[in-house]
Ligand binder design. Structure first.
Ligand SMILES: [Zn+2]
Length: 303
């Protein structure tokens, strides 16, 4: 039988990101919600891969034990000095900031599997052509968060011209349950042991397509509203203390003026049609940039 796995999923343990002066939570989705969504989407395996944290992975693993139709794998998307690397089947959190080689050695010492996420993204810090010199088991040839016509196509081209060098991986990179389920890795068998075997034997198949732009807009509204609710709760003393949750810690440490600014900014962002215009503008920028890169590549290699 063939089964589905999502090898790249985030929860609110991924913390915050920033664009210029603006700060947003990466995700406001709990590990439990991501496991439920993966089950609804028919995944046999879901790997929780938060940014520089395994905390959400272990929470999801604990929660997943009550279901016999899904296996949860603890992973981490680690920021190395050479770009992001995913380690799967980890026992312990790996610190960011090391080189890709050092990070991969650490993943191997834990008996883990190494995946290159969105290796040719032009707007996320990633490994790019270093994948040819590193000890990597699989590369994402379909990343669900990359709607531009460059990143996935270029990765697939690299995969095809280096057949069987890596396992091909399709993964949602979902930071919300709304963007999960559109992209997955198909493998023969069922459960985490068969997935691991299929990656090592390089028999996996990347399936699906990036999540629709509309669902990404929903995710952006979700994180803005989720962040606003936490700020609101903290103002009224209703935000429960949770030192393990990076969003709670960040919200509690915000100054009053930052909270006020975030509430006003979030309100403006959530007024229709602002989120739709913002998504339309960013998608168009990505498409234009991807077309420029294709043109540049054609000129460089003269074909
Ligand atoms: Zn990711």
């Amino acid at each position: 039988m063939l089964s589905k796995a999502d090898t790249h999923v985030h929860t609110y343990y991924s913390g915050t990101t920033h664009y210029k002066a603006l700060r947003f939570p990466e995700s406001v989705t709990s590990p439990e919600e991501q496991v439920d969504a993966a089950r609804r989407n028919g995944m046999s395996v879901v790997c929780i891969t938060d940014h520089d944290s395994t905390m959400g992975g272990f929470k999801a693993l604990e929660y997943g034990r009550r279901f016999d139709d899904i296996d949860v794998v603890v992973g981490e998307e680690i920021m190395t000095s050479d770009g992001e690397v995913i380690g799967l089947w980890l026992n312990e959190q790996i610190e960011p900031g090391m080189t890709a080689e050092e990070t991969i050695d650490e993943i191997r010492s834990q008996g883990g599997i190494v995946i290159a996420p969105h290796p040719f993204s032009f707007y996320v810090n990633c490994l790019k052509h270093r994948i040819f010199n590193l000890d990597i088991d699989g590369i994402e040839v379909i990343n669900g968060g990359h709607v531009d016509p460059w990143t996935n196509n270029y990765a697939m081209g690299c995969y095809k011209s280096n057949a069987k060098r890596w396992a091909q991986i399709g993964a949602s990179d979902a930071h919300s349950t709304r963007t999960a389920g559109f992209t997955w890795t198909e493998f023969s068998g069922q459960g985490e042991d068969d997935l691991r075997k299929a990656i090592l034997e390089k028999t996996t198949v990347a399936c699906g397509h990036p999540s629709p732009v509309f669902t990404q807009t929903q995710w952006s509204i979700e994180v803005v509203q989720g962040g606003q609710k936490m700020i609101w709760d903290s103002i009224f003393g209703r935000l429960k203390d949770d030192p393990e949750n990076p969003l709670v810690v960040k919200t509690k440490n915000l100054t009053r003026s930052s909270k006020a600014l975030a509430l006003v900014g979030g309100f403006v962002y959530c007024c229709p049609p602002v989120p739709f215009i913002a998504t339309w503008l960013s998608t168009n920028w990505l498409k234009k940039k991807a077309t420029d890169l294709r043109r540049l590549l054609r000129r460089t290699y003269d074909y």
